[in-house]
Design a protein around this ligand. Structure first.
Ligand SMILES: [Ca+2]
Ligand SMILES: [Ca+2]
Length: 466
């Protein structure tokens, strides 16, 4: 950069509104060093970054799958208030008038852009962006899948190939999709900007399929891989609705039948190590850029994941391992700290407006977390709600998780003594008072699920008509 440019960018930094780098990870649970969810998780770059900001140790997703969670985060509206519950819904048809966080920032003079998955598959929102890579409609770069396709771990399960598969790929990291998304965002950070920017970077791994370069698999030799803790009789005290949900899903049975559980843990850890390395590049690029001192960084994942706990794989449930997500705020005037109050990613929208000194937008369901960012020791009166479907949600308070299904089935866990949620106290007489307290915090009403055209049809229409 020339001297004149440097002087200009220093002047801009002194007078302009702060920028935002918004980093979203897909399907990352608490298997990161700074949350300690798995003893072998390797995230040195994120751990270093966590030490520079405020880590929310008890942050939860608004919904336990991509589309409803990301829609809630980016529109600021809770699923139970909109009827937006499932991956198969077209979120823009459910919420045609919603002003997304980037859309709102555009109206306030921000230039918005980014790369990679931020909204759900096929559902990027052109109205939200000034620029996007690969395009304002297409968020996904090309991902590399091994060939031939019959390499699936489950040869009898052709339909789950790619949607749930894993394995090392012999390509340099520079050729992988997420690396290219990060590179686009780094290129933006390397330029001077005359307006404040909101830049998002959506990283797809550790979402399945877990295809990442071989060296990340080599980091976790299979015979040393540790399975997450499990308790043999864990299902005995679950309500019927939870058992029906588990029985309807074949993934765990398949893993056990094919003896693949360790392989999945290895592949998930490898995908996390890969994600950490490329996010590290992005954070380093910001630090070296002219925008380092005037940019907030928000790091989050849309929801967590289970790998065999409660005989369950994937997301789509209300337990801690799925609801719990990493969340870090860093940037100008934010002092390093850790907050253990329960918060929700629904809070990101109002919090960012507050941090940027902008007026609060109408119709936001979340809470402004800036008091906690400024003082992580503060006590917080709000529970964190995660919504699975019409009538099914969970309430997380500092010490407890309460779950209720649409048929009234309940679970209650005491996190002070039962972090794995093995002992359901909902039917124990001595829990009555705590149970009633949490019933009172449960959403009073649920908007019925809003019907939209199928996502597949939407995608085809978009691909055809632009
Ligand atoms: Ca996801
Ligand atoms: Ca149990």
């Amino acid at each position: 950069m020339t001297t004149a440019l440097l002087a200009l960018s220093a002047l801009t930094a002194a007078t302009a509104k702060p920028n935002v780098l918004f980093i979203s990870i897909d399907d990352l649970n608490d298997w990161v060093g700074f949350l300690g969810g798995h003893p072998q998780a390797s995230t040195p770059n994120l751990d270093r970054f966590a030490e520079s900001g405020v880590v929310f140790e008890n942050a939860y997703c608004p919904a336990p799958s991509c589309n409803p969670s990301r829609t809630a985060i980016l529109t600021g509206r809770a699923p139970q208030n909109t009827g937006m519950y499932a991956n198969g819904q077209v979120w823009r048809e459910v919420l045609p008038d919603a002003v997304t966080l980037p859309q709102h920032l555009r109206s306030q003079g921000y230039v918005t852009g980014g790369a990679g998955k931020i909204f759900h598959h096929f559902s990027n929102d052109p109205a939200s962006w000034d620029h996007y890579w690969p395009s304002k409609i297409r968020q996904f770069p090309r991902y590399i899948h091994p060939k031939p396709k019959d390499k699936s771990q489950f040869p009898r399960w052709k339909n789950i190939y790619v949607s749930f598969d894993w394995g090392p790929i012999d390509v340099p990291v520079e050729e992988t999709g997420d690396f290219k998304s990060v590179q686009y965002v780094i290129d933006q950070l390397d330029q001077p900007h005359d307006k404040p920017f909101f830049l998002t970077c959506g990283i797809y791994r550790p979402h399945v399929p877990w295809y990442v370069p071989r060296r990340f698999f080599d980091q976790f030799p299979l015979d040393e891989v540790q399975l997450p803790p499990a308790y043999n009789n864990d299902l005995d005290d679950l309500p019927a609705a939870a058992l029906r949900m588990l029985r309807s899903r074949p993934y765990y049975r398949n893993m056990i039948e094919h003896d693949q559980q360790k392989q999945t843990v290895q592949a998930y850890l490898a995908s996390i190590a890969y994600m950490d390395e490329i996010v590290g590049r992005l954070l380093d690029a910001l630090e070296k850029s002219a925008h380092a001192d005037n940019t907030y960084v928000v790091f989050w994942s849309d929801h967590g994941w289970q790998l065999g706990e409660k005989e369950h794989y994937r997301k789509f449930a209300l337990w801690e391992d799925i609801a719990h997500v990493p969340l870090i705020f860093a940037g100008p005037d934010i002092e390093a700290g850790r907050c253990d109050e329960p918060v929700n990613l629904l809070d990101l929208y109002p919090t960012l407006l507050s941090m940027l000194g902008l007026d609060r937008a109408d119709n936001l369901d979340g809470h402004d977390l800036t008091p906690l960012v400024q003082n992580p020791e503060l006590s917080w009166p709000h529970p964190s709600i995660t919504t699975l479907a019409d009538g099914a949600a969970s309430v997380r308070t500092k010490n407890w998780r309460y779950i209720r299904y649409a048929d009234g089935g309940e679970e209650l866990y005491d996190h002070r003594i039962d972090p794995n949620e093995w002992t359901n106290l909902a039917t124990v007489a001595s829990s009555k008072e705590t149970l009633d307290e949490h019933r009172a915090l449960f959403p009073a009403e649920f908007h019925p699920r809003v019907k939209t055209e199928p996502l597949e049809e939407f995608r085809k229409r978009r691909a055809g008509g632009g």
